[in-house]
Design a protein around this ligand. Structure first.
Ligand SMILES: [Cu+2]
Length: 119
């Protein structure tokens, strides 16, 4: 009963606010792609969004076997792209966490898991 009410409330909210969600930066595609395998000797990151993003106020954090590290973020090919690179990455499983400010002033977040291999 409570669950049904909650679900109805959530659905009603979704119907009332269809535009605000669409305005946030949504990840369209990424390099590495989710669950991709990359060679760890040089990894290039590129995140492409559906809208312009502020590279100076966006953060990329890489979590892996040796812990978390912040990447140096720069604007990518277009104003809707963020880029970063790493020269060496030990083999293992990683998750790239993105925390992005879009032009509408809203922050959105997500993550891209991938694996680094020797060769
Ligand atoms: Cu927004």
């Amino acid at each position: 009963m409570l669950r049904t009410l909650l679900l109805a409330a959530v659905m009603a909210l979704g119907l009332l606010l269809p535009d605000t969600a669409a305005a946030h930066a949504v990840l369209v595609d990424s390099l590495p792609a989710p669950k991709a395998k990359v060679v760890g000797s040089k990894v290039e990151f590129n995140l492409h969004y559906n809208s312009r993003v502020d590279a100076k106020r966006s953060r990329l954090t890489l979590k892996g076997p040796a812990g978390a590290r912040a990447l140096e973020v720069r604007q990518g090919k277009t104003e809707a792209d963020l880029a970063a690179d790493i020269v060496t990455l030990a083999p293992g499983g990683y998750v790239l966490h993105w925390d992005v400010l879009s032009v509408d002033g809203h922050v959105s977040r997500g993550q891209v898991p991938f694996t680094a291999t020797e060769r």
